[in-house]
Design a protein. Structure first.
Length: 183
């Protein structure tokens, strides 16, 4: 993606006008643990460590959760003792940073493959390991939460947010009561 396109996307999602028409509740990701989502339809737009690690909690409370994925993420298990043992080996310490990202990328992909059985969902969640700047999130429950009956992963780009819905590019209006955003 070109820098100009990234800047346009960033402006589009960061713009207050983008969410202005929405009449429901807009919550920042850092409020997930203290908010009550009982019986609500929730949209999660964007990803950060909080949305990834608290998705299972959100799904337990909410009636339905739709996760709008802008791009796939590298997700590692929360407990990564094995990764640290590999990286700490003396033969690897010379190029530690380079090796660290390569190993973490491979482990994240292996973790995805072991946690998601549905081939299509696995393909939608597969991050691009060739990206230069990699961000790694940690969660033991993210992939299992995405596969619950009251959760849906949506990979279509968001076209607009209306007064009570998030409209994706394929033309579907996803009715929601609450939007959780990382922007």
């Amino acid at each position: 993606m070109s820098k100009q396109k990234q800047q346009q996307d960033s402006f589009f999602y960061n713009s207050a006008e983008y969410f202005q028409e929405f009449q429901g509740k807009i919550i920042a990701a850092d409020q997930i643990k203290i908010a009550n989502f009982s019986g609500l339809n929730v949209a999660v737009i964007g990803a950060n460590q909080l949305t990834i690690s608290h998705l299972a909690l959100l799904i337990k409370q909410a009636q339905f959760v739709k996760v709008f994925q802008i791009k796939p993420h590298f997700v590692l298990p929360q407990t990564e003792n094995a990764i640290q043992k590999i990286i700490a080996h003396p033969l690897i310490s010379k190029n530690r940073h380079l090796f660290n990202n390569r190993v973490k990328s491979l482990l994240a992909i292996r973790y995805l493959e072991s946690q998601v059985s549905n081939t299509w969902m696995k393909r939608q969640l597969m991050p691009n390991s060739a990206t230069e700047k990699k961000v790694f999130f940690k969660s033991d429950t993210y992939y299992s939460a995405l596969q619950k009956g009251n959760c849906k992963l949506i990979t279509w780009p968001i076209l607009k947010i209306t007064k009570n819905a998030v409209q994706s590019m394929e033309g579907i209006e996803h009715l929601v009561d609450v939007i959780i955003t990382t922007y």
